[in-house]
Design a protein around this ligand. Structure first.
Ligand SMILES: [Zn+2]
Length: 161
């Protein structure tokens, strides 16, 4: 999924579909399994001379609970606006990025071969909770609490999948 980012924005193009969770290695590390689904939509926008990509990510992921190591269903609904900065152009100050009321706006270099998958992956990783946990759950082995953090306990938990 490679786009010419500035052209994409200037033509106000849209690209939408479903992401393959197993194609994003950094994300896969944080998932319990690849059973979830994630839909994306990226839209090109311009505002005066500035160009943006608006990214929407919606879906359900299966995360690892940090307490019981079980699967934790997490609904993700993320919208971000990314400013495209042309090579050689001054990098905008944080407060200037977007120039609108939108404060959650990042800036990236306006590559003519922008690979969207790593961009989506980054946005997803930023949107996920740092230490996901079930609201109520038990440690994997209450009978042997001292073993719960050992690599062997984690390995046993992995084997139970
Ligand atoms: Zn749990």
């Amino acid at each position: 999924m490679i786009i010419d980012s500035l052209e994409f924005a200037r033509r106000h193009e849209t690209l939408a579909g479903r992401l393959r969770l197993d194609e994003m290695p950094r994300l896969a590390d944080t998932l319990f399994d690849a059973a979830g689904r994630l839909d994306y939509e990226v839209t090109g926008e311009t505002d005066g001379r500035n160009a943006f990509l608006t990214v929407r990510l919606d879906g359900v992921l299966s995360l690892n609970c940090q307490r019981c190591l079980g699967a934790l269903t997490h609904a993700l609904s993320q919208r971000s606006r990314i400013m495209l900065v042309e090579r050689g152009a001054p990098w905008p100050e944080d407060s200037q990025v977007g120039g609108l009321e939108d404060d959650a706006c990042d800036a990236i270099e306006a590559l003519c071969e922008l690979d969207l998958v790593p961009l989506f992956e980054e946005e997803i990783l930023l949107a996920l909770p740092i230490a996901p946990r079930h609201e109520r759950c038990e440690l994997p082995s209450m009978a042997a609490v001292s073993r719960q953090t050992s690599p062997f306990a984690q390995l046993a938990a992995l084997k139970r999948k």
